[in-house]
Write a protein that binds this ligand. Structure first.
Ligand code: HSE
Length: 463
């Protein structure tokens, strides 16, 4: 592999925002250690940014490296490794493809691009023998992709599930602690460098869905793209939902769940989904707060593993980028390359309607005879089994706990139903039918309840 006359591995950096700044700092501050670890110097030869005047620290200290022409930087003969921390699909896709086609290794944190078009990048890398590493694309500082791709390569992974978006977890934690509004928490997450350039990617679940696609692809040796992932964000989670979860002894988390599903006939498929769900307070995920991420991996031989750490932010994400940079630099020095894409299993994707989950359904109902029977009847009609029902308010109390029941009279009541495991399609049909019932004033909230237990369940055999 070509390297500089000095034998240095020459790195071009695309982007110098929150993460890129930390990458530059680490490469320069740790130059001696990196040289020792790689076996040759790692030299930063260029940094591409769109608007240099927005990067005073960079231009003051490394002005000679700065360019606004990322394409030209990627094409330079004196570049061995391209590190990309810009994000987004275009024009980044073209630059990374050019780099890979030219045999240059690529280290990227770009989850959106990998989840949309990872296979094209992987094919380009395989064709030229270049490396494509992307540990920083999922769960910030947490070493997670390399364990999936390498350490567990001899095992059979059955489930990868957890919290993979720091911003939404930061907001949900703030809402659960009661002190901060959704808007203030999002503003703070943005100020701290956790949120995406467009934070709707965080709160609407797109970022977590991209990460789920990457995790499922690696875990199940199957190409899964963002469009294969069922996605619901956390924007709709209200303080009433948070309070309802607390009453049940649960906490609401935005979860990414990737499962190997085996049906009664033994046929396998992959389910990948992102949604807010109630998690029992006794589960370790309920105690993952702020911008931290935590991911459970279940494998047949290894059993359950938990990965926990800082999931967002400049320095934590730069740590993962640097780890990859050292790995590809070592490969160059040794003349080898890292693992190729592994997508041999090609499992089909399980539709969300077929995925069994437990649900918490909150209804506002007229408090009169026959209501419970009518409601239970709708659940039964769709084959959704009820695990628990609780009524508050109405003739025996009030939804407003500060009002006295005898003052309130037989007003509307709140009915909370928790189901056994049910297919999404059946639950959706139940909720639609409930909304049409005369007795039902409104469906106040529907949230999944995830026990996050062992996962290779035969379809239909839920908790
Ligand atoms: N916006 C992302 C998050 C950054 O909040 O998790 C890390 O990928």
């Amino acid at each position: 592999m070509a390297r500089g006359e000095s034998g240095a591995v020459r790195v071009a950096l695309l982007g110098c925002g929150t993460v890129g700044t930390e990458v530059v700092r680490l490469i320069t501050d740790q130059a001696a250690d990196l040289t020792a670890r790689v076996g040759t110097p790692v030299e930063l030869v260029g940094v591409a940014v769109r608007r240099p005047h927005r990067h005073p620290w960079l231009t003051e200290n490394f002005g000679h490296l700065v360019t606004t022409d990322a394409g030209a930087l990627v094409a330079r003969d004196d570049v061995d490794v391209v590190v990309e921390v810009i994000g987004g699909i275009e024009p980044v896709r073209g630059w990374l493809l050019e780099a890979l086609k030219a045999g240059k290794s690529v280290v990227t944190a770009n989850k959106a691009l990998l989840a949309e078009d990872g296979p094209t990048l992987a094919e380009a890398a395989d064709a030229s023998g270049a490396d494509l590493y992307f540990e920083a694309a999922v769960a910030g500082a947490i070493p997670l992709l390399r364990p999936l791709r390498e350490s567990l390569a001899g095992d059979r992974i059955t489930r990868v599930a957890g919290i993979v978006n720091g911003t939404s977890n930061f907001i949900l934690s703030a809402m659960a602690s009661g002190g901060t509004s959704y808007g203030d928490a999002l503003e703070e997450a943005t100020r701290l460098g956790y949120a995406e350039a467009d934070p709707s990617a965080d709160v609407d679940g797109y970022d977590a869905a991209s990460k789920a696609a990457i995790l499922a692809t690696l875990a199940f040796h199957t190409r899964i793209t963002a469009s294969d992932v069922h996605r619901e964000g956390m924007r709709g989670v209200s303080s009433a939902d948070v309070a309802a979860a607390r009453r049940l002894g649960c906490t609401i988390k935005l979860l990414a769940i990737c499962e190997r599903v085996v049906d009664e006939a033994g046929a396998e498929s992959v389910s990948a989904r992102v949604y807010p769900a109630m998690v029992p307070d006794s589960h370790p995920l309920a105690r993952v707060d702020g911008a931290f991420n935590a991911v459970f991996v279940e494998a047949e031989a290894a059993g359950q593993l938990m990965f926990y750490g800082q999931g967002a932010g400049g320095a934590p994400t730069a740590s993962a980028v640097l780890g990859d940079m050292v790995a590809v630099a070592r490969n160059r020095v040794g003349g080898g390359r890292g693992p190729r894409e592994s997508a041999y299993a090609s499992l089909p994707v399980r539709a969300i309607g077929e995925v069994p989950t437990r649900y918490h359904v909150d209804l506002e109902v007229a408090d009169r005879e026959g209501v419970l029977a009518a409601i239970a009847g709708e659940f039964a009609r769709q084959g959704v089994s009820i695990a628990a029902v609780r009524q508050t308010g109405g003739i025996n109390g009030s939804i407003d706990s500060t009002a006295r029941a005898d003052d309130a009279g037989p007003g509307p009541a709140r009915l909370t139903v928790v189901t056994h495991s049910a297919r999404e399609a059946a639950l959706s049909a139940t909720v639609a039918a409930l909304a049409d019932l005369d007795h039902v004033i409104g469906v106040v909230g529907v949230l999944r309840v995830e026990g996050l237990g062992r996962a290779v369940s035969a379809l239909g055999m839920g908790e």
